[in-house]
Design a protein around this ligand. Structure first.
Ligand code: SF4
Length: 157
């Protein structure tokens, strides 16, 4: 895993600038999925004071062998985006937590600049310079989490 990250991240060894401005744009807009791992499910259900089964029923959808948060009905906004803010911020899924240190965004400078077009926090002039080592660790967490997202053992109700 570390090897994959290393190969993909050589271009940003000087670090990258990012801070979350809280604009909420990454939680809405074009259709997308927030995939959950078992750790995410445990943390989220406990945060919402629900059993895992209740949380799955109320807030998720099956997408092939994965589970994703649902959108607020009739919108492309995550069900937990309230007043343009994440209402479960402390328990937010690893996919959200590790943005923008995703392998597909770190793949090349071009991919990073493309992501910057829809996220004002990327390359923000007031953002701190995040060291490459930290970025690689976050990307590793994102990748490890991806491997945990198969829920084929859970049967549809
Ligand atoms: S869980 Fe929170 S941070 Fe993640 S998409 Fe939903 S509102 Fe945004």
């Amino acid at each position: 895993m570390a090897e994959i990250v290393e190969k993909k991240t050589h271009w940003f060894q000087e670090g990258l600038r990012f801070h979350c401005t809280g604009c909420g744009k990454c939680c809405t807009g074009s259709p997308g999925y927030i995939f959950l791992s078992p750790d995410d499910l445990e943390k989220l259900s406990s945060h919402c004071q629900l059993s895992i089964e209740q949380f799955v029923d109320q807030y998720t959808q099956r997408v092939d062998d994965q589970i994703s948060l649902i959108d607020t009905p009739g919108t492309d906004a995550c069900i937990f985006l309230k007043n343009n803010q994440c209402s479960i911020y402390e328990a937010r899924p690893i996919q959200c937590r590790t943005f923008p240190w995703w392998i597909q965004i770190l793949d090349s400078k071009n991919a990073w600049e493309r992501a910057a077009q829809s996220c004002e926090g990327i390359n923000h002039p007031n953002a701190p310079l995040i060291p490459a080592l930290h970025i690689e660790a976050e990307c590793g967490t994102y990748l490890d989490n991806l491997l945990e997202q198969n829920f084929s053992h859970i049967t549809d109700s």
